[in-house]
Write a protein that binds this ligand. Structure first.
Ligand SMILES: Cc1ncc(COP(=O)(O)O)c(C=O)c1O
Length: 344
């Protein structure tokens, strides 16, 4: 039997219809005359995000790094949440690739306070790095897929723009925020000057992201994408999967969100595990290990022996992610395994 895989929404595999769309995609050399399917995807994604244009790139990390490269110069500083993907999980790329350092702020809840961000702004002073970019993340991965409310996003963006900073939104899981909030993507994106969106997470494509913004931004972003080796050739086969995901997979994220809420309720009833179902906004559930005799890695390994895969996130925390590859059956297998592991 295949394992019940709750490690990430990146583990999904393309369905037959998506594979058919990929196989039959009209393609060209995107670096030479252009690829018609990539162009269709970029136009559709830009329209969905309410931006002038978008560029197709292989990954969410590259989408973020293209934005950083387009907005900054070596020696600049970006401001982001303490556990933002761009500073925590991109292997130091901001410094390695662009010579940019990060000023981080905020705590475990993944939220940024506009006044704390204002306090991070550097004075124009020869000794200080110029504050250049505010990076937001919606939904926030480390904090458990939480949605920052629109008014808060607007206030944060206002503080940054007033001070002359650009605002980048890491929208790897923006589609989850759209479905959870009922607020269109374009509304969220009015508060950002560039936005990344991933198709290979909850939307279920095998690969691909876009980075979107206005034409002046895209002109710089194209150069950075080229430098990073992210301008692909007959990429229409991949773009076809992303287009299929954007057209057919957004609304169904509501099912993942409902399953995540149930998962939190069910695991919260297992002795030794702690959850907060109210804190589950989308498809990510953080579960605390209360049993002091075992850490997260030990519990994850024990669940693995029962055919349930899950990701430790810190010494006493497990992350469960729902996606189109897990449903009610996998949830029942998980609950049974968790009871056996925690009571055993
Ligand atoms: C918030 C966020 N941004 C960016 C990324 C990077 O995406 P990729 O793994 O495609 O590089 C991830 C991946 O999980 C993410 O959670």
């Amino acid at each position: 039997m295949r394992p019940a895989d709750f490690r990430s929404d990146t583990v999904t595999q393309a369905c037959a219809a998506m594979r058919e769309a990929m196989a039959t995609a009209e393609v060209g050399d995107d670096v030479l005359e252009g690829d018609p399917t990539v162009r269709r995807l970029e136009e559709a994604a830009a329209a969905w995000l309410g931006k002038e244009g978008a560029l197709f790139v292989p990954s969410g990390t590259m989408a973020n790094q293209v934005a950083l490269g387009a907005w900054t110069r070596p020696g600049d500083e970006l401001i982001c949440q303490r556990y933002a993907h761009v500073t925590t999980f991109e292997a130091g790329a901001a410094g390695f690739l662009h010579g940019v350092q990060s000023m981080t702020v905020g705590g475990d809840d993944g939220q940024l306070d506009p006044e704390e961000v204002r306090a991070c702004l550097r004075p124009r002073f020869i000794h200080c790095p110029p504050s250049r970019l505010l990076c937001l993340e919606q939904t926030h991965n480390w904090a458990g897929g939480v949605v920052t409310p629109l008014e808060r996003v607007a206030a944060l963006s206002g503080v940054a723009r007033e001070a002359g900073l650009a605002v980048h939104l890491d929208g790897a899981r923006l589609a989850n925020a759209v479905v959870a909030s009922g607020i269109p993507a374009a509304t969220w994106c009015t508060h950002a000057d560039s936005v990344s969106l991933c198709f290979s997470k909850g939307l279920g494509a095998p690969v691909g992201s876009v980075i979107a913004g206005d034409e002046a931004f895209l002109e710089r972003a194209r150069l950075v994408r080229k430098r990073l080796g992210g301008w692909m050739r007959q990429a229409g086969h991949l773009a076809a999967a992303a287009l299929f995901a954007l057209e057919h997979r957004v609304e169904r994220l509501a099912e993942d969100h409902a399953l995540a809420r149930t998962l939190a309720e069910r695991l919260g009833a297992v002795p030794g595990l702690a959850t907060d179902p109210e804190a589950v906004h989308t498809n990510i559930v953080m579960v605390g290990i209360e049993d002091t005799a075992r850490d997260a890695a030990t519990v994850a390994a024990a669940l693995g022996e029962h055919g349930v895969l899950v990701m430790p996130m810190g010494p006493r925390r497990l992350r469960f992610v729902t996606h189109l590859g897990v449903g009610r059956d996998e949830l029942e297998r998980l609950v049974r395994a968790a009871e056996l592991v925690m009571l055993g």
